[in-house]
Design a protein around this ligand. Structure first.
Ligand code: NAP
Length: 312
C-alpha cells in the first residue's frame, strides 16, 4: 500500500479528490494507494502533497516520505524549513502557466495601449493619441523559468521588443536574453514595461531597489506578479511620486491580504490585484502530482525538484 498525505485545507481536498483519482488512473498507478489527511503513522507516509496554507510545519516524523510535492509554484514558505530533509518539488502546471500568460499579457497591453486614458472617460473631450506598435515597445521580463519563459514568448508573439533576464544564461526564441548582475542593467535600460516573474530568495529580495528602479527609463511601468518583497516598496513609491515611474501594477505584497490602510490602495499610480495573477489549476496540477508519484514508484527521477541551495 502506498500512502499519500494530502496536507492542505479540507476544501482543497474536496476539489482535488476526484481529479487526483482520475490522474492516478491515467498514469497507471494501481488502486493500492491511499490518501490521508491526518496520518496516524507519519513514518508510513510515502508522499506528501503540500499546500503552504496547510498546518504542517514539522516534516521530521515523515521518515519514509520520498517526496514533498508543493501545490504552489512559489516555495519560499517551505524551502527554508529546517525539518524538511525530503526532496521538494514545486508546481509547474500548464493551467497555472496559461493563467499567468493571460494576466501578464492583459496588464502589459493595458499600459502599452494607454487604455486608462479612455476607460471611464465621459467628459466629451476628444484626445486622439495613437499608441505605438508593440514592436516599438521594449518589455523586460525578469525571470525566465516556467512562467517567465511562457510570458516572454507570448509577448514576443505579439511582436513586443522583448528582453528576459535569468540567473543562468537561457535561450528563448524571439527574446533577447540576459543573465547575471551586468545583464540586469542591460535588460532594464530602456525597458518601458518590466514584468517580475522571479522567485523570492535571499538573492532576489529587494532586487528592484532604488538603484535598479533608476535604471528604467522615465515613464516606465512595473508589473509584479512574482512576490512582494522583490521590490523595495518605499523606493517604488518614491519613484512613482517624483514622476520617474508612470505606474505599478502589483499582484503580490509583503503582507497579504494587503492591509486596507496600505499606501498602495489609494495611490493613483498603483493598481492592486489580490494575488490572482494565476492560481494552480486543479485538473492540470493533479496530473503533475500523479506523474511524480508514478515516477517515485517506478524509481524514475522526479520532475521540478527544487534546488535547496538556490532556494527555488
Ligand atoms: P521558476 O521556473 O523556478 O523560474 C524562476 C526564474 O527566475 C528562472 O529563470 C531563474 O533563473 C530566475 N532566477 C531565480 N533567481 C534568480 C536570480 N538571483 N537572479 C536572476 N534570475 C533568477 O519559477 P516559475 O514557475 O517561473 O515561477 C516564478 C515565480 O512566480 C514563483 O516563484 C512565484 O513567486 C511567482 N508566482 C506568482 C503567482 C501569482 O499568482 N502571483 C502564481 C504563480 C507563481 P534560472 O533560469 O537561471 O534558473
Amino acid at each position: 500500500m502506498t500512502r499519500v498525505l494530502f496536507s492542505a485545507p479540507r476544501t482543497d481536498w474536496e476539489e482535488y479528490r476526484e481529479p487526483l483519482g482520475r490522474a492516478l488512473d491515467d498514469v497507471g498507478i494501481p488502486a493500492e494507494l491511499e490518501f490521508t489527511l491526518e496520518p496516524e503513522r507519519p513514518e508510513g507516509i510515502d508522499y506528501i502533497v503540500y499546500s503552504p496554507s496547510s498546518q504542517l510545519e514539522d516534516f521530521a516524523p515523515f521518515t519514509g516520505a520520498k517526496l514533498v510535492q508543493n501545490l504552489w509554484a512559489g516555495v519560499e514558505a517551505i524551502v527554508g524549513n529546517p525539518t524538511l530533509k525530503q526532496p521538494l518539488a514545486r508546481m509547474v502546471d500548464e493551467g497555472l502557466t496559461q493563467g499567468m500568460v493571460e494576466w501578464c499579457t492583459g496588464h502589459v497591453l493595458r499600459h502599452h495601449l494607454g487604455m486608462d486614458a479612455q476607460i471611464g472617460r465621459s467628459d466629451g473631450v476628444w484626445v486622439p493619441v495613437v499608441p505605438p506598435l508593440a514592436r516599438d515597445r521594449t518589455v523586460c521580463v525578469l525571470g525566465l523559468g516556467a512562467l517567465g519563459c511562457a510570458v516572454s514568448s507570448a509577448l514576443a508573439g505579439l511582436n513586443f521588443d522583448i528582453r528576459g533576464w535569468s540567473r543562468s544564461s537561457r535561450e528563448v526564441s524571439g527574446v533577447a536574453c540576459f543573465s547575471g548582475e551586468t545583464g540586469l542593467a542591460e535588460a532594464l535600460a530602456g525597458a518601458e514595461i518590466v514584468v517580475l516573474l522571479l522567485p523570492l530568495t535571499a538573492a532576489t529580495e529587494n532586487l528592484m531597489n532604488a538603484e535598479r528602479l533608476a535604471m528604467l527609463p522615465d515613464g516606465a511601468v512595473v508589473i509584479n506578479p512574482g512576490r512582494g518583497p522583490l521590490i523595495d516598496d518605499e523606493a517604488l513609491v518614491a519613484a512613482l511620486d517624483d514622476g520617474r515611474l508612470a505606474h505599478a501594477t502589483l499582484d503580490v505584497f509583503r503582507e497579504e491580504p494587503l492591509p486596507p490602510e496600505h499606501v498602495f490602495w489609494a495611490h493613483p499610480k498603483v493598481t492592486v490585484t489580490p494575488h490572482i495573477a494565476s492560481a494552480t489549476r486543479v485538473k492540470s496540477a493533479a496530473r503533475v502530482v500523479a506523474e511524480n508519484i508514478r515516477r517515485g514508484e517506478a524509481g524514475d527521477p522526479f520532475l521540478f525538484l527544487v534546488d535547496r541551495s538556490l532556494g527555488y
